[in-house]
Design a protein around this ligand. Structure first.
Ligand SMILES: *[C@@H]1O[C@H](CO)[C@@H](O)[C@H](O)[C@H]1NC(C)=O
Length: 323
């Protein structure tokens, strides 16, 4: 009798538990997928776009680039909301040094994937690290192609960042052309969900010249004609043998979906960078330091000194001298 009771007791407990389990999974707002995701790191789990968060972070931390912010957020939103995109999203960030291209890309990654740049599904390529020897371009092409294909097979939601495209051996990037268009088949995966971001200074002079023209015409820097700008930036990149886009099929075949221009910064933007840097180092906000650091940096053109030549790049290393 006692044994029988004990035998009965177990299923009884389970029966009692069942509605509880049912209740949990039915009422949890994020559903069972997210519940599984709290225990494992898989591709679809890691991909958690939070574009309002990105928009907010960009407005607070990326100075002087409302145009880039708007283009980036709008482009990403349209892409991630499309359950079955026709091609992967290919974005190219262009602009002068220190205007926030790398910073914006890092913020974007942080708001796309749960683990940000530490996610196993983000791949960042830097020519000085991954492709240092121009004479080994053929081998690099093979490697790059197999990495992209391998990683896309593991995770269709992969993000690929190509830093410093201007230092990339010309010809190399064309190894990935097949992955960027609408017609390539990567076995067993939907490679069209991938995101590619290129970062380069190429076309920076063209962007600066247009911003300067607007300044001379006393127009708002945001009034830039995007079509015109896009054309001259891509032409500059395509025609300059000193960068990775030289004669590239990526430009020739129009595979870039979104060109994001980063405008040259004015002194008040540089000051915002200094203040931001002081705050992030936990230092006291001192207007005299902010002014001194901003004054110590070069501006162009020679006479009018409208835009910063180095943007926010030198800011962090200068601060200690003015404290
Ligand atoms: C994924 O890319 C990395 C480089 O970021 C490479 O080392 C690795 O081998 C690739 N994985 C596969 C499965 O190809």
């Amino acid at each position: 009798m006692a044994r029988g009771g004990a035998r009965l007791a177990l299923p009884r407990k389970l029966l009692l538990l069942l509605p509880v389990l049912g209740l949990v999974s039915a009422s949890a707002p994020w559903g069972l997928g997210a519940w599984r995701c709290s225990f494992s790191s898989s591709c679809e789990c890691d991909f958690r776009p939070e574009l309002s968060g990105l928009e907010c972070a960009l407005s607070v931390h990326l100075f002087g680039q409302p145009l880039a912010r708007e283009l980036l957020v709008r482009g990403l939103r349209a892409f991630v909301e499309d359950a079955d995109p026709a091609k992967p999203l290919v974005m190219s960030f262009h602009g002068w040094t220190g205007t926030g291209k790398t910073y914006a890309s890092a913020l974007a990654v942080r708001h796309l994937l749960r683990e940000g740049l530490r996610s196993p599904f983000v791949h960042r390529f830097s020519p000085t690290v991954h492709f240092p020897h121009a004479e080994r371009t053929e081998q690099y092409k093979k490697d790059l192609k197999s990495w992209i294909q391998g990683n896309l097979t593991l995770c269709s939601r992969s993000v690929f960042l190509f830093d410093e495209m201007d230092k990339m051996p010309p010809g190399l990037i064309d190894a990935i052309v097949p992955f960027l268009g609408p017609s390539w088949v990567v076995f067993g995966t939907n490679y069209r969900k991938a995101i590619f971001i290129f970062i380069s200074n190429a076309g920076g002079e063209q962007i600066n010249r247009m911003a300067l023209d607007l300044w001379w015409a006393r127009k708002d820097r945001e009034e830039i004609d995007l079509k015109d700008l896009e054309k001259s930036v891509l032409e500059a990149a395509f025609e300059n043998p000193q960068n990775g886009f030289w004669k590239s099929g990526i430009i020739e075949q129009g595979l870039i979906d979104l060109l994001v221009p980063f405008l040259p910064l004015k002194q008040h933007h540089v000051k915002q960078c200094v203040a931001n840097e002081l705050a992030s180092q936990g230092l006291q906000m001192r207007p005299d330091v902010v002014q001194a650091v901003a004054d110590s940096l070069p501006y162009f053109p020679e006479e009018e000194k409208v835009f910063s030549s180095t943007g926010c790049k030198m800011v962090a290393s200068r601060i200690p001298y003015y404290l």
